[in-house]
Design a protein around this ligand. Structure first.
Ligand SMILES: Cc1cc2nc3c(=O)[nH]c(=O)nc-3n(C[C@H](O)[C@H](O)[C@H](O)COP(=O)(O)OP(=O)(O)OC[C@H]3O[C@@H](n4cnc5c(N)ncnc54)[C@H](O)[C@@H]3O)c2cc1C
Ligand code: SF4
Length: 560
């Protein structure tokens, strides 16, 4: 494997220029740094391994956008290795199990659905609130909700979050009375859900979305294409790191983006300070860029891999890894999903309303009783409209595969007379030592760099809590009058919701980063994607990644 995947490059190192800040990776963790630093007058270079696509490059074609790897690396050239505690391990090009989420300027935020939730105060104090858990390394964060709250509000304004504040027992504590723009238009089912949820004691509330409901700052408002998650946004309404932040950073004239630049190594001097980043450009030429401060934001698996691949005289075990903390406690989002079928016969023609958004969630089980422990969030949404995957999912009947008239009739009914209302469950993926990122000893990528070996292990509590939340989701769908209600809880991680791997904390013996996300052992290096999180919380992470990166940018500007 190793020799097959090495591309031969003659190193042609040449000094390009100096910058105050070098950001590696342009997604939710990297773009806020580029934006804040450029706005504050610093010179910034962003090195991004993927291409720089603009609004006009995105279109709604399920084959091109979702079924081909338009935004993802070729797994044969850039695999990961997934390993388990029984010692088994497979490269991802053999299994198709993929931990890449979007390799382009703006990262996976181009493709996200934009369901945005804040963490809650308990998420910052998991150990203090709920006590130790056998087999899990739960801990408190070194910051509190109050420390992050102003940055959540900042993201609402700068990235653009639409929504509506309503009073309920789990409502967020906010420093501003409402969202900067009104909520998106909703399908009538949202009101029906509110009534059904109230009947079973599961108060639903409007879900904030990182989607502009009104044109703002040169970006158009949402055009309700409906093909949102997994698709790029051609209106600029989606709050991608590219549309919301990178474009604005570049407009200052102080931020240079270098797409198709795969950073291979962060070179450091004997004092342990990083001096320059080495990267391969689109032609495979090895280049370097110098800066005073370096920010790593490649998503948790690739950030840990880059740090571990960046050995130097002061960092023989990998950059900032003197205490072996880089790559530990990878987190995902635990949970599962469920669904039920709504029929025109029961709900009338309003079911066919074309507005794509449901935007409802319940968090009545954010803390579960008996035993008292962290619960989570249930988000309601229509099944993705992708017609090919939907037709595929209907191809099986109770007695095996369907074809001919039976299949056609099922398709006709599903597409014209029914809609599938789904829910997704988000709960803590508890931090366990057996879930981590290392370098694979054998497999290398197309540049000859060792790939990440991702060892997966889930804590049994993930499943127990996921099941409790799924039961809540099912009860709401049943109260609504849905047919065929069912749910699935999985031990598998959500590959598009990743965090952990470089915990922040006060003690270098148990964390890779300090409370400002600066590496304990590499003083001019910050890690600002979701890697910093020592515990994950029971919501999708991206609002928190954005908010924390802005918080860090504020600290980092003192150094740059
Ligand atoms: C289909 C989908 C739907 C989602 N929906 C939601 C949602 O509704 N709500 C939510 O909160 N979150 C959602 N997410 C998750 C969200 O996109 C991520 O949480 C967020 O993008 C993570 O930010 P990041 O900066 O860690 O990584 P990314 O955004 O993935 O950015 C990392 C960037 O680093 C680049 N990179 C990696 N290695 C290198 C290297 N060595 N050199 C240079 N560049 C490198 C990558 O190419 C990438 O562009 C969704 C994700 C997907 C894929
Ligand atoms: S126009 Fe609206 S629905 Fe379509 S991709 Fe953009 S944000 Fe999503």
């Amino acid at each position: 494997m190793r020799s097959e995947h090495v591309f031969c490059h003659e190193p042609q190192e040449r000094h390009v220029t100096d910058f105050d800040v070098c950001v590696v990776g342009s997604g939710a963790g990297g773009a806020p740094i580029a934006y804040a630093a450029a706005k504050a007058g610093r010179s910034v270079v962003v090195l991004e391994k993927g291409p720089w696509l603009r609004e006009g490059d995105f279109f709604k074609d399920e084959v091109a956008e979702c079924r081909r790897r338009k935004y993802l690396p070729d797994l044969r050239a850039e695999p990961h290795v997934v390993a388990f505690d029984d010692g088994s391990a497979w490269p991802t090009h053999e299994t198709g199990w993929d931990f890449w989420n979007g390799s382009l300027v703006g990262g996976a935020t181009n493709l996200m659905s934009g369901y945005f939730h804040r963490l809650k105060p308990v998420d910052f104090r998991l150990l203090s609130e709920f006590g130790p858990i056998d087999g899990a390394a739960v801990t408190d964060w070194p910051i509190t909700y109050a420390d992050l709250e102003p940055w959540y509000a900042h993201v609402e304004r700068v990235v653009g979050i639409s929504g509506r504040v309503v009073k309920h027992r789990q409502a967020d504590t906010r420093s501003t009375p409402n969202f900067p723009m009104p909520p998106l238009a909703e399908h009538p089912v949202s009101g029906w859900l509110d009534e059904a949820a109230a009947e079973v004691g599961a108060h639903t509330f409007p879900v904030p979305r990182a989607i502009l409901s009104l044109p703002t700052g040169g970006r158009r408002g949402c055009e309700y294409s409906g093909y949102c998650g997994s698709y790029g946004c051609s209106s600029g309404a989606k709050g991608s790191a590219r549309a919301a932040l990178i474009d604005a950073a570049v407009a200052t004239g102080r931020c240079e983006v270098r797409p198709n630049s795969m950073v291979a190594h962060l070179a450091s001097d004997a004092r342990g300070r990083v001096t320059h980043a080495e990267y391969f450009d689109a032609a495979g030429v090895r280049k370097r860029v110098d800066a005073r401060v370096f920010v790593v934001a490649c998503q948790p698996i690739e950030s840990a891999r880059l740090l571990l691949n960046s050995r130097g005289p002061g960092h023989p075990e990998g950059l900032g890894n003197r205490d072996g903390q880089v790559g530990r406690f990878l987190l995902s989002s635990a949970g599962g999903s469920g669904s039920g079928t709504l029929t025109v016969d029961r709900f009338g023609d309003a079911l066919g309303d074309r507005r794509p958004f449901v935007n409802r969630a319940t968090q009545v089980d954010y803390v579960l009783d008996d035993p008292r422990r962290k619960g989570g969030t249930v988000d309601f949404l229509w099944r993705h409209p992708n017609p090919i995957s939907r037709a595929q999912s209907l191809a099986w009947g109770s007695d095996g595969p369907l074809w001919g008239w039976a299949y056609k009739e099922k398709l006709r009914r599903a597409f014209k007379r029914e809609r599938e209302l789904m829910f997704e469950v988000f709960c803590d993926w508890l931090p366990v030592p057996g879930c981590n990122i290392a370098l694979d000893p054998d497999v290398v990528d197309r540049w000859g760099l060792p790939v990440a070996r991702v060892t997966l292990e889930g804590h049994p509590q993930n499943i127990e809590v996921g099941k409790a939340l799924a039961r809540r989701g099912e009860s709401v769908l049943r109260a609504l009058g849905a047919d065929d209600v069912s749910s699935r809880t999985t031990w598998s991680p959500s590959t598009n919701l990743l965090a952990g791997g470089c915990r922040f904390g006060a003690d270098p013996a148990t964390s890779a980063l300090d409370r400002d996300c600066r590496m304990h052992h590499a003083p001019n290096v910050y890690v600002t994607d979701g890697s910093f999180a020592p515990t994950g919380g029971s919501v999708p992470y991206t609002w928190t990644i954005y908010a924390n990166a802005f918080r860090v940018a504020d600290r980092l500007l003192a150094d740059a």
